[in-house]
Design a protein around this ligand. Sequence first.
Ligand code: ADP
Ligand SMILES: O=C(O)[C@@H](O)C(=O)COP(=O)(O)O
Length: 445
Amino acid sequence: MSHSSKSPNASGPLLGCIADDFTGATDLANMLVREGMRTVQTIGLPEVAPTGVDAIVVALKSRTVPAAQAVAESLAALAWLQQQGCRQFFFKYCSTFDSTAAGNIGQVTDALLDALGADFTIACPVFPETGRTLYRGHLFINNQLLNESGMQNHPLTPMTDANLVRVLQQQTAGKVGLIAYPIVAQGAQAIRAETAVLRQQGARMAIVDALTNADLYAIGAACADLPLVTGGSGIALGLPANFIRAGLLNTSQDSQASALPAIDGWSAVLAGSASLATNAQVAHWNQKRPSFCIDALAVARGEPVVANALAFAHQHLAVQAPLIYATTSSEQVKQVQAALGVERAGALVEDTLAEIARGLFKLGVRRFVVAGGETSGAVVKALHVTALRIGKQIDPGVPATASIGDVPLALALKSGNFGAVDFFEKALGQLGDQRIEMSDGTIGL
Ligand SMILES: Nc1ncnc2c1ncn2[C@@H]1O[C@H](COP(=O)(O)OP(=O)(O)O)[C@@H](O)[C@H]1O
Ligand SMILES: O=C(O)[C@@H](O)C(=O)COP(=O)(O)O
């Protein structure tokens, strides 16, 4: 990282981040804010660049698109972040290393390295607060290997191999190495020395083991001079400290999560994730709150599902927030996919929820809780959101946010697998819905 004689924080953004989905982007922005960087998340490339920030997170929806498209969008984001003056770059993907059979983590990393004239980076999806750890190259979700954690049934990115060296190696022609835990446990110097060894051996990327936040801080310190770092939001924990050490970042100023503006209007929850955590959250909600279930096959048959969902919402909005969900078991998702094809099924459900979001907006909804990464991408695009201000964390990996624009919206974009069972209720309370009574009888948060 190049040192500067300018006063701290006077020189524009330091860290430029490219996230491959929207919930992943808010997860990363949440982490950077927690570590003291003033951070704004943009939805794609905005016309007006954010000012007065230390980090910018560009949210793309590139996780499941064809690799060539993901590469093109990521390179455009990199070029824009370079224009903004960023000094180091971060490629954010899922803490469960979500990939299609064809990519895109390896291909995007390769392209970003080439564009930066760099020859090496690390890959580390570890996020201990949400149970993601990596040992000897194998990713665990809590006590289970990735391929036994439920992620093997993901509708778009089924993860059937926990060996990430092998997974990443299938996505790049460059050599993938491993920095295993015995080295990581020795700290930053040992990690840096090992990267030098791997580079000499011709490695272009290295999967890095980690079990704790302390490991992530050490890995972060070892990455200070890498032009590009890749990983989940956890690995970003250690990056702000590098800028502080270099005299470029002063976190003593008011750079913590900003108090978000109060936003009036109705509230609604939209769920398009079929992950285990979202299934549990929907089941919990359904015990005593109103909800409308979207039948993907009925949408495909041309039934008026959107109109029915909006009529249902209209009945409830003035009394309490409704949930509209496509969330269902992996068996049922597979049946829908068998009938419609994987891509068409995903797109159909996403488009339906996006259209419902537009309808809800017209009905006066201004607070949206959305479950699912692809789903959040579709909804946020439908609502023409261009940038987000990051507020306080609701649950690990999910902050409250507010859109920046003429009609501000309060948004909580939840990764499918994140959040406690009462996440929807908590999120509504934190977004300012005063009517939500929590399980323990308290109102709001
Ligand atoms: N009932 C369903 N049938 C078919 N596909 C579904 C159904 N429910 C959700 N999906 C699709 O599954 C995908 C879930 O992805 P995403 O929104 O990223 O959730 P997550 O965050 O859990 O990965 C989306 O493309 C969504 O449209
Ligand atoms: O790193 C994570 O787990 C999340 O930030 C993330 O990327 C979420 O992806 P989805 O599960 O598709 O929402």
